[in-house]
Design a protein around this ligand. Structure first.
Ligand SMILES: Cc1cc2nc3c(=O)[nH]c(=O)nc-3n(C[C@H](O)[C@H](O)[C@H](O)COP(=O)(O)OP(=O)(O)OC[C@H]3O[C@@H](n4cnc5c(N)ncnc54)[C@H](O)[C@@H]3O)c2cc1C
Length: 397
């Protein structure tokens, strides 16, 4: 997503010829993690531990509002989200509400209201409080569709390639790289890598090794239950250490603390470990107090960060330039979907202005990216409206 936005903005601001390459969803099932889970936009989710978290949350909430305004998207539809805050977390929660400027949008729920919103997961514990919060999931696919349309309006070429793009040193030009895409060889003046969890592997193809780029990938295991479970659209039970997203189309995406692995190989980590799957299923049954029924499946969500910069997520936002060996190569990590446009703007500002006029390319790799955009949890054979399921994407245990 950041990549498309960057392409559009770059094109508009600089008059460059811009080509965006991406793999289709079916062959890159963990791409665009944005569409796999929820979207915490208010900043509250990120403002729960320290003052540093709060600074990041404030930044994220401003960027998120700017992004929605710029794209003219109003996502405040549907049922709101709910948070259950343990009482020791209340002082920071109150401070966060104040600093994020969302006091009027957060409401303490009484017992009946809370029970109605979280259904089977309601707990009448005296040491925690339920709040209605402004965050809610939305059709992330709609947001991508707007970005795609805007990029096209600015004559950005958006292409889907069947094979993963590969990079190598250009033997004919020192300090330049060659991009191999579906049988075509390209020599761009500048290259922006916004390939999510596959960014480290692409850098390594250029000989930029881990000790230089210092990027690592973390994996969160998620469980998708293909029915409605919670009346609220988002539930974050910080006392019970689990979160769930409930989509309009009857998909519940459930995750919990402890089903996360740091520094994984994204290809190997696509398979959710058996112990994570069991833990998720057991916890879900405890939370809802009934055996899991009907179809459910497991999927991995990959997130990328700089090694040594442990969570929280704010230290994952970065735009970097390759060392002297490749001056035209940048990589960008928005760190969170809400910061995608901010990351795109930063990277655009770093790119060199064109030194010569570029005509339209005579041939483009792959095919024009027109495919419908589906939510990740919809992309399964149990969903008649979504595209067909992709091999390896899910496991039924
Ligand atoms: C479980 C989970 C929950 C999250 N929750 C939130 C949240 O609530 N709020 C929030 O703001 N953010 C959230 N995030 C973070 C957010 O999803 C990411 O920050 C965002 O998706 C990253 O965007 P990106 O464009 O950098 O990468 P991606 O979205 O991963 O996109 C990368 C693109 O590059 C393409 N690609 C990769 N390799 C190649 C190749 N070799 N050739 C061609 N194309 C390639 C892929 O096909 C894909 O289209 C969450 C992430 C996870 C995992």
């Amino acid at each position: 997503m950041a990549l498309e936005a960057a392409g559009g903005a770059w094109s508009r601001a600089r008059g460059n010829e811009v080509l965006v390459l991406r793999q289709p969803d079916a062959s890159a099932p963990h791409a665009e993690a944005l569409r796999g889970h929820a979207w915490w936009q208010s900043g509250l989710h990120y403002a729960r531990r320290t003052d540093a978290d709060l600074d990041f949350a404030a930044q994220l909430s401003v960027m998120s509002r700017l992004m929605l305004d710029r794209l003219q998207l109003d996502l405040r539809k549907g049922p709101p989200g709910v948070m259950r805050i343990p009482h020791q977390g209340l002082p920071l929660f109150s401070l966060a509400i104040q600093q994020l400027g969302i006091r009027s949008q957060v409401r303490k729920l009484n017992q009946d209201e809370a029970r109605n919103m979280v259904g089977p997961a309601y707990r009448s514990a005296p040491d925690s409080t339920y709040f209605e919060v402004p965050d809610r999931p939305f059709a992330e696919a709609d947001l991508l569709a707007v970005l795609r349309m805007q990029a096209r309006t600015h004559d950005v070429h958006l292409q889907e390639v069947m094979q993963p793009v590969r990079l190598s040193a250009d033997p004919e030009a020192p300090c330049r790289c060659r991009v191999e895409a579906d049988g075509l060889s390209l020599r761009p003046d500048a290259l922006v890598l916004a390939a999510g969890c596959r960014t480290p592997a692409l850098l390594e193809q250029l000989g930029i090794q881990r000790q230089t780029h210092q990027l690592v990938v973390d994996r969160t295991s998620l469980m998708v239950v293909t029915r409605s479970v919670f009346p609220a659209s988002l539930v974050a039970d910080y006392a019970g250490r689990w979160t769930a997203t409930q989509s309009e189309r009857g998909r519940c995406v459930f995750t919990m603390s402890g089903v996360r692995d740091e520094d994984v190989d994204p290809e190997a980590a696509q398979q959710v470990p058996g112990e994570h799957a069991r833990a998720l299923r057991d916890r879900f049954e405890q939370v809802t107090r009934c055996p899991i029924e009907g179809s459910h499946r497991f999927m991995s969500g990959m997130e990328i960060r700089k090694a040594g910069a442990s969570a929280p997520s704010h230290v994952r936002f970065l735009v970097e330039r390759a060392p002297r060996s490749y001056p035209g190569v940048h990589w960008v990590l928005p760190g969170s979907a809400s910061l995608a446009l901010a990351a795109a703007q930063l990277v655009v500002a770093e790119l060199p202005r064109p030194t010569r006029a570029h005509g339209s390319p005579s041939a483009l790799p792959g095919r024009s990216w027109q495919a419908p955009l589906a939510m990740m949890h919809s992309r399964h054979d149990d969903d008649a409206e979504g595209p067909a399921s992709s091999a390896g994407e899910e496991q039924r245990l």
